[in-house]
Design a protein around this ligand. Structure first.
Ligand code: GLN
Length: 615
């Protein structure tokens, strides 16, 4: 798999390597000693996987690629307001080393040109320039995931020749933008520019920005997520100096270049890229760096305004309890009601990341506007009685989406529709108690429990036939109900009643036949357990229902596991007693068997009915 991406990188590398135009920066004499043919491309994913080709481990000085990181530090140390009072965020369209301030605000136009960067450095916390530098060095090291060091030769070289930057420093001091010693501020800036990195380091630093401030390789938090948006914004508008417009047009990634020959680009949430190649174009940007970024952006469709596909609906499936009934076995009257009225419930299965537009599509699907281009054709069933949002396939929910869905649930409840969530991972940050003030909203950990609940909501409103009782006497048990009084008494006399405490396995797979078990009170689950231990729920049985017929009649072992989920009372007609009844009283046996057959066919009907609706 990784070869696929590696090959793309190698293709781009080969294509760009052919371009040997441009010239190595020499205004800082030490930079002129760089090998102009060096070339490396590195791509680090936001989860920390590193792809690299060429000279990605060659050291060079970070230069202006440092600017976004120092700006982040200034924001962290002084706060957004204080920094905004010193540095604007307008693209300048000027070279990086322009000796100018905005004529109206009298502030540096942005933190990506030298004037703004020197100001940002001066704002970093610390009592002395050395302390400030140490803070910068440690911060950059967190972004890179390793301890970065100063290139003393490059620093000395820039110090000796950096008159233009000193001029900028003194200009800043004279306008009161820099309030400390301007030479110290400029030297601090020179030192930050002289930190040694590799292409790999820069790609990891970029990936840390892409990953909202957390280094994906070390898991170290390098910057507060709220600052990342600020930093990426100025990189977008100002990162490539006077080439910024063309850059956004053709590459479309927040980026920063440095005169040592590196370009760093970020695709938020996805990846960081670095390209190192010392020959520069007229703007001071690496020729191959710009070219490679263009090519990668085009081939990998990285442009941040690229519309890959129209937003996909967050609703993956919608259905009612008629299409997908719960596993709870129901009385005949209940079953009839669910078949007739079940479409007044709706389950919406959501998926993906829920941001504003996804949440908007959910709101519109669940509660279509009155005059509607409704995506849900079956408006005839409305108003709905119960809505369930199945969140199990949702990856992430943004704050705005969460409050929109909360408002939707609120609105549904106000209109008399119960609203439930299937949310085992707590994606919506609700507990049963926060969503169930009056019993009209619930959070479930399984879909089946939510379906059961939705069915109960519909049944409570519409079922006027006999409902499932929480308790039945043996005499009233439906399995015996159609037998004559005499036969009923004879069968009852042969049963043994016992209570299984909650949690007890009443019968396990492989157990011998227990007999005909009539549930009088409580609840049992019926589960299938595969040989590799996977448990699949089959049904839930309550008072008035029965189990154990198959092993009894077919003389086999239990093929399913029966577990009491609450204290459960069961009357059992053991196999030997069943045989005795058969021998002694064929008429009573026939009554009983016909009832069982009838109930078995009723279940077959339900299953076939569900299959028919799905087909
Ligand atoms: N230290 C360099 C300077 O100020 C950085 C410039 C750059 O990388 N664009 O001149």
């Amino acid at each position: 798999m990784t070869d696929v991406v590696q090959h793309i990188l190698e293709d781009v590398y080969a294509l760009c390597a052919a371009d040997t135009s441009g010239a190595v920066a020499d205004y800082i004499p030490e930079l002129a000693t760089a090998d102009p043919d060096r070339f490396g491309i590195c791509l680090t994913t936001a989860d920390g996987y590193v792809y690299e080709v060429g000279d990605t481990r060659v050291p060079f000085t970070v230069q202006s690629v440092s600017k976004p990181f120092t700006y982040a530090l200034a924001l962290a140390d002084r706060g957004e307001e204080a920094v905004a009072a010193k540095i604007d965020v307008e693209p300048s369209g000027e070279p990086f080393n322009e000796i100018s301030l905005d004529p109206v605000t009298e502030r540096p136009r942005n933190p990506m040109i030298n004037a703004g960067a020197i100001t940002a450095a001066s704002l970093v916390a610390g009592d002395t320039p050395d302390e400030q530098f140490d803070r910068i060095r440690r911060s950059f090291s967190r972004f890179a995931g390793r301890d970065l060091e100063l290139d003393a030769a490059v620093h000395a070289s820039e110090s000796a020749t950096g008159h233009r930057n000193r001029a900028i420093g003194h200009m800043l001091r004279s306008f009161g933008v820099v309030e400390s010693d301007p030479d110290a501020a400029v030297d601090l800036y020179f030192r930050q520019c002289s930190l040694i990195v590799t292409g790999r380091d820069v790609a990891v630093m970029a990936a840390t920005l892409a990953n909202n401030g957390t280094n994906p390789c070390t898991r170290d938090r390098a910057a507060d997520p709220v600052l990342i948006e600020r930093v990426l914004s100025v990189m977008t508008t100002c990162g490539m100096y006077d080439g910024a417009g063309d850059w956004v047009n053709r590459v479309g990634l927040p980026a920063k270049s440095g005169v040592a020959g590196s370009v760093m680009a970020v695709l938020p949430g996805q990846l960081g890229i670095s390209v190192y190649s010392p020959r520069l174009d007229g703007h001071g940007n690496s020729v191959r760096g710009v070219l490679a970024c263009r090519e990668l952006s085009r081939r990998l469709e990285l442009h941040f305004l690229h519309v890959g596909r129209a937003a996909r609906s967050a609703v993956r499936a919608r259905y009612s309890i008629v299409d997908a009934p719960s596993r709870r076995r129901r009385t005949a009257a209940e079953q009839r009601t669910l078949t007739e009225r079940g479409t007044r419930s709706r389950i919406f299965e959501l998926h993906g990341d829920l941001l504003f537009s996804a949440a908007e599509s959910v709101v519109r699907a669940v509660s279509p506007p009155a005059v509607t281009t409704a995506t849900d054709a079956s408006t005839a069933d409305r108003p709905l009685d119960a809505v369930v949002l199945d969140m199990r396939r949702v990856d992430d929910v943004s704050d705005v989406a969460r409050s929109m869905l909360d408002a939707l649930a609120e609105q549904l409840r106000a209109s008399g529709c119960a609203a439930g969530l299937v949310d085992p991972r707590g994606t919506m940050a609700h507990t049963v108690s926060t969503l169930d003030p009056d019993g009209s909203g619930r959070v479930f950990s399984t879909l089946d429990s939510a379906l059961t609940w939705a069915e109960d909501v519909v049944l409570d409103r519409w079922c006027d036939g006999p409902r499932q009782a929480t308790e039945v006497t043996l005499d009233d048990h439906p399995v015996l109900a159609s037998s004559s009084r005499g036969n009923r008494n004879r069968i009852a006399a042969l049963t043994t009643t016992s209570t299984y405490p909650a949690g007890t396995v009443v019968a396990d797979i492989g157990d011998p036949a227990l007999g005909l078990a009539l549930v009088l009170a409580g609840r049992v689950t019926v589960e299938f357990v595969s040989t590799d231990g996977v448990v699949r729920p089959v049904s839930t049985l309550s008072a008035g229902m029965s189990f154990g017929e198959i092993p009894l009649v077919r003389r086999t072992e239990f093929g399913l596991r029966i577990t009491a989920v609450e204290d459960t009372t069961v009357a059992v007609l053991a196999p030997a007693d069943f045989e005795r009844l058969r021998a002694d009283d064929p008429a009573a046996t026939a009554d009983l068997v016909i009832t069982l057959l009838d109930r078995a066919y009723e279940q077959v009907e339900t299953i076939v009915g569900a299959l028919r609706r799905v087909a």
